[in-house]
Design a protein around this ligand. Structure first.
Ligand SMILES: [Zn+2]
Length: 131
C-alpha cells in the first residue's frame, strides 16, 4: 500500500483551476468621477467596494477570476466597464484585437502613470462564482 503514496501526492498537488496566459490590452482606473463617471459611488459592478486591487474584465471572465498581471500582481475580477470588452468586439468604432481589462489603482495619478500596456496575463478561471 505504501508504494501508492507518491502517486496520491502528485494528484493533489495539481492546480485546482485551469491556468492560461493571454496577451491583453491592460489599462487602469481609480474610483474617481473622471474614470467612472456616474458609477463613481465607490462600488464595483459586483457590489464590492472599489478598494485595494481589483480588475474590471469583460463578462467572459466571471467575478472571482484571478488574474496575474506583470507589474500589478495578482488580483480578482470584481468589476465591469463600458469599454472593457473581449477581443472581436467593437469599441470606439474599432474591432478589438485583444481582451481589454482595467486595473484599479487608489489614485488617479497612479492610474494615469500605468497608462495602457499590452501584457501577458495569467488567468485562473473559477468554475463557480456568484455573478
Ligand atoms: Zn480616476
Amino acid at each position: 500500500m505504501i508504494h501508492l503514496l507518491p502517486i496520491y501526492l502528485f494528484v493533489v498537488a495539481l492546480p485546482p483551476q485551469p491556468v492560461t496566459t493571454i496577451l491583453m490590452d491592460v489599462s487602469a482606473y481609480c474610483p474617481c468621477e473622471l474614470c467612472c463617471g456616474r458609477f463613481s459611488d465607490g462600488y464595483a459592478a459586483s457590489g464590492r467596494r472599489a478598494v485595494g486591487k481589483m480588475i474590471a474584465a469583460p463578462k467572459s471572465y466571471r467575478f472571482g477570476t484571478t488574474m496575474i498581471v506583470p507589474g500589478y500582481g495578482a488580483a480578482r475580477v470584481w468589476d465591469r466597464g463600458g469599454a472593457i470588452k473581449s477581443a472581436g468586439e467593437r469599441a470606439n468604432g474599432k474591432t478589438l484585437r485583444h481582451d481589454r481589462i482595467d486595473l484599479l489603482f487608489p489614485t488617479h495619478s497612479a492610474a494615469k502613470k500605468w497608462g495602457r500596456q499590452l501584457l501577458r496575463v495569467e488567468i485562473r478561471k473559477v468554475n463557480h462564482a456568484n455573478n
